[in-house]
Every structure is written in structure tokens, then in C-alpha cells.
Write a protein of this length. Sequence first.
Length: 108
Amino acid sequence: MSPAVLPQITFDRPELNRILAVYGRMVAAGEWRDYALDFLDEVAVFSIFRHACEMPLFRIEKRPKQRSRQGQYSVIAAGGVILKRGHELAQVLKIFDKKLLKALANNP
């Protein structure tokens, strides 16, 4: 008997478009420079870097098993602190609106 093949968790096209729109704005503001995608058995991760050789500044995670609890989407800071969690990706990504305004204010 072969073991059951579990489907890999991924971001769908609309989710990825939303994430890349936020990413593009932060790149234009000079805050972010690189990203990585990881698709694992239980989680899809979009990692955001200031420099490619560093640890990620933020991770945007999709965990479908958390859908009925706290929500399947979360934004996690470099230290592992969950900054925002929710059922809708757009709401979770709003955490970066404040960071974008702050970045734009610091770069006249």
C-alpha cells in the first residue's frame, strides 16, 4: 500500500495578486527587496526580506486547518510574533498599510 498523498497548500491566483500588490508598494517605497515562496504540507508561506541573505522581516502564512478557528491567514514578524490573523486575506494585509505610510513619511 502506498501512503496517501496529501495535497500541497498553495496561494491561489487572487491571493497571490493581493500579496504581490502590497509587496510591490513596499518595494517602491524602498522597504523590501526580495521574497520567497514555500509550499508545504500544512502551510503556504510568502516570506519578505529586506536583503536576500537575511532572515525574513515578515511571513504571510496560509494555514487552512485554522480556517474555522482564528482564520487561515496570518502575518508573522521576524521574531515569530503574530501581528495579525484573520479569515480574509485583505483584512490581514491591512497591517502593512500603516508600515507603508510610515515608510513614505520617512522617505521625503
